[in-house]
Design a protein around this ligand. Structure first.
Ligand code: ADP
Ligand code: MG
Length: 276
């Protein structure tokens, strides 16, 4: 059975954007997290006691100067790395003491990743890129195909399934990456500077997809950005400074990417040669 992914824009986007979710279950619980990197004799205290809870259905932007600990935090949240000290509970499970293999399993099951540089396999089609995470979970071929097709359609890439990354624009590649992050129905999508390599309209298009996933599928999203205007598409902004949380606030009036796109000029992706 497939869960249908995304659908038409809602009737009243603004109303839905500001709707409060009832009592969210925690997806991320970080408790007194410390991370120290040792390089020879030098110790770098990258995180100095980070405590925070992110609930199901939240959309959080993480900001802060370079070196403030954003990526270190994302690596820990994404089970790519472990805290030196402190507890991390992901979707109800304590992952702070898990082995590398256990973390890899959890990562496949619960987390989707979107990176600044897209990180697609260059020699495979968009469809195969999106199917990949399901391969790791042993989803059968027919299901893989169907879910990947749906995910690509959901990000507006129906008809592009057979294109390789170099036959897609940057925005389209990032949409493939978003589709890939979705297919295992993760508890959480993590995005580190997902619009860092994109022009302004394309950035808003990607944020529109994130807002739709968050709103319509209730997917929990955590996104790192250094652009304040991108952070305003989220519902909550956490600012890091020197390895600690400096501020944590809700956004009163979330920007609405779908609405803004209506008033932005369309710059065609350079794919006019698409008609064969
Ligand atoms: P941000 O993503 O906010 O720029 P990082 O989390 O990457 O910050 O880095 C926080 C601090 O930890 C910085 O001082 C950085 O130099 C240091 N750091 C990050 N990763 C490593 C590593 N693998 N080895 C040593 N030091 C690191
Ligand atoms: Mg970083």
């Amino acid at each position: 059975m497939s869960t249908s992914l995304i659908l038409e824009p809602p009737q009243a986007p603004q109303a839905m954007l500001t709707a409060e979710l009832p009592e969210a279950r925690p997806v991320i619980q970080l408790e007194h997290i410390h991370k120290t990197y040792t390089m020879g004799d030098v110790e770098v205290h990258a995180l100095r006691g980070v405590t925070c809870t992110i609930g199901e259905g939240e959309f959080v932007a993480i900001m802060g100067a370079s070196g403030s600990g954003k990526s270190t935090t994302m690596n820990i949240i994404g089970c790519l790395d472990r805290p030196t000290k402190g507890t991390y509970i992901l979707d109800g499970e304590d992952v702070s003491e898990m082995s590398k293999d256990e973390r890899a399993d959890i990562r496949c099951q619960k987390i989707g990743f979107v990176f600044q540089g897209f990180n697609l396999l260059s020699r495979t089609s968009a469809l195969e890129n999106v199917e990949l995470p399901m391969l790791y979970l042993g989803v059968d071929a027919a299901q893989r195909h169907q879910r990947a097709m749906e995910a690509l359609a959901a990000v507006g890439l129906a008809g592009r399934e057979q294109n390789h990354p170099n036959q897609l624009s940057g925005g389209q590649q990032q949409r493939v990456a978003v589709a890939r992050s979705l297919v295992n129905h993760p508890a959480l999508i993590l995005a580190d500077e997902p619009t860092g390599n994109l022009d302004s309209r394309t950035s808003v298009e990607v944020m529109e997809i994130f807002q739709r996933l968050n709103r319509e599928m209730g997917i929990t999203l955590v996104l790192v950005t250094h652009e304040p205007d991108i952070a305003e598409y989220a519902k909550r902004v956490i600012v890091f400074k020197d390895g600690k949380i400096k501020s944590d606030r809700s956004i009163e009036k979330q920007r609405n990417a779908a609405e803004e796109l209506k008033n932005m000029p369309i710059i065609e992706d350079d794919d006019e040669e698409e008609d064969e």
